[in-house]
Design a protein around this ligand. Sequence first.
Ligand code: SF4
Length: 213
Amino acid sequence: MLKINEIYHSIQGESTSAGRPCVFVRLTYCNLRCTYCDTEYAFYEGKDMSIQQVIDEVEKYNCKLVEITGGEPLVQMEECLDLMKNLCDLGYEVMVETGGSLSIKDIDPRVKIIMDLKCPTSGMEKKNLYQNLIFLKLNDELKFVIGNREDYDWTIEIVKKYNLVGKCIILFSAVFGELEPVQLIKWILEDKLDVRFQLQMHKYIWHPETKGV
Ligand code: SF4
């Protein structure tokens, strides 16, 4: 059984798939407590569903892109891995969004991993599992959510230290309400970085606290 917080149909708000219709399967629980978390409602709330029940719900939307998210979906590791494998077997394009503190090594290689390494202002930097970086594939995406200049400088160091350019897609995102997107873009251009800036599009389309979008 999986504990599921919500399943809904919207557009992808982030990543290189931003703008595409997508079914989101949000799993309950998270092992982190980021300072800027916008999904605290997923820490405990949810209902038990079997993998087949989740798939039946996903199928209702007739949409081939599915994102498994949270909370931290890998807290329910075994069932989450099975769900992703089953969805891939059914021909779905599957993405998983994970906070980078739990191992990604057993994720089905057909799944696109969006991994969020935690910057210092998240308060969760020490939880980053850097061994995960060796499992990222060329089309996986590594996201840094940057809250200030300290986070930005830290991110640059990590990108250099682990030689990340060319290893996967690198996304730079600003903490909503903390760092002005235009400031982050300015830094990226000044430093001539080969990274991709992204906005959390859904927070501009809907009210930032709207759930299920
Ligand atoms: S990993 Fe995501 S869900 Fe968990 S506390 Fe951080 S922002 Fe919230």
